[in-house]
Design a protein around this ligand. Sequence first.
Ligand SMILES: *Cc1c(COP(=O)(O)O)cnc(C)c1O
Length: 365
Amino acid sequence: MIAPSHGATLTIDLGAIVANWRRLAAEANGLACAAVVKADAYGCGLARVAPALWAAGCRTFFVAHLGEAVAARALLPQATIYVLNGLLPGSGPVFTAHALRPVLGSHEEMREWAALGVASSRPLPAALHVDTGMNRLGLSVAEALALAGDPLVRQAGIDLLMTHLVSAELPAEAINARQAADFSRLRAALPGLPASFANSSGVFLGSPAHHDLLRPGYALFGGNPTPGSPNPMRPVVRLEATIVQVRTVSAGESAGYNGRWTADRPRRLATLSLGYADGYPRAASGRGTALVNGVPCPMVGLISMDLVILDVTDAPEPKRGDTAVLIGDGLDIDTVGRAAGTIGYEILTGLGSRYVRHYVTGPEA
Ligand SMILES: *Cc1c(COP(=O)(O)O)cnc(C)c1O
């Protein structure tokens, strides 16, 4: 039952997140597994997710922004916390004040971080990001290979070597092997440094992709890291909305803004109290689905700001106050993403703040 004050309820299963974290480590034979908890833990709520993972034994966390890292530090006083977007000019004192580690991606960042280490009279820990194909963040492979024997590596406190996969979810792509080969050369040139290579999908590329520390995000939150194959992860997110009205329309009547849908025969329509302002993408108009009494019902017409219209003709007798399931019961975030012409990542990170949120702790294994 959804609180009458709210249109929709988001239920997040912390036990499933922990089970997924364990499952990913097990996939790599018990290797150390970090958690990527950027973007408010992929929309699932850092304040609840981070302590649950810490309690399960996770010790290393990655976020994108320094502000996210400061928030994570307040929740995780003992954890190792890396900031993926690196060291921005002038941000050094915030890193040191909260014992945070930048993921350094250029000589300039390395030198600035090394200078902060000198000021603190010892090198401060950081990761080194090498760009092996993304052309987004990190030193080029050539620049990183040239660091062999350079004291800057020690001065900048480098304690983790990492790169990011371009197409990990497409195992047949040749770039995976090229990135793996470059990463092996880097490791040989910079010996003694622990290394991190695999995001969620990378974990499933097998042992050459594992190295020392796994770095998954999406799969922790129930996303399928192996598209095209059954999802090995437990679902985490459940989204339910209230039916606020049910009506019958005759053949030829339209529904929603601009009359983009027209009934071909008499239809039962149910209006749900959730819309794009809740983070349910308008791009899923005419393509999304919700479950009513277990029956998949198509969305019709354009999704509005606060409302979605469902064709419930085939569902058994829905009535005002009933709930429809938008995510859950087998309707997963990857499917919702496809319906909206995007990926499940964007569905998760767009989960709105209007939902009433419930946290449950299902089995952790
Ligand atoms: C977001 C991110 C990850 C996690 O990727 P998933 O596909 O969500 O597992 C890992 N590493 C870097 C550098 C990232 O930006």
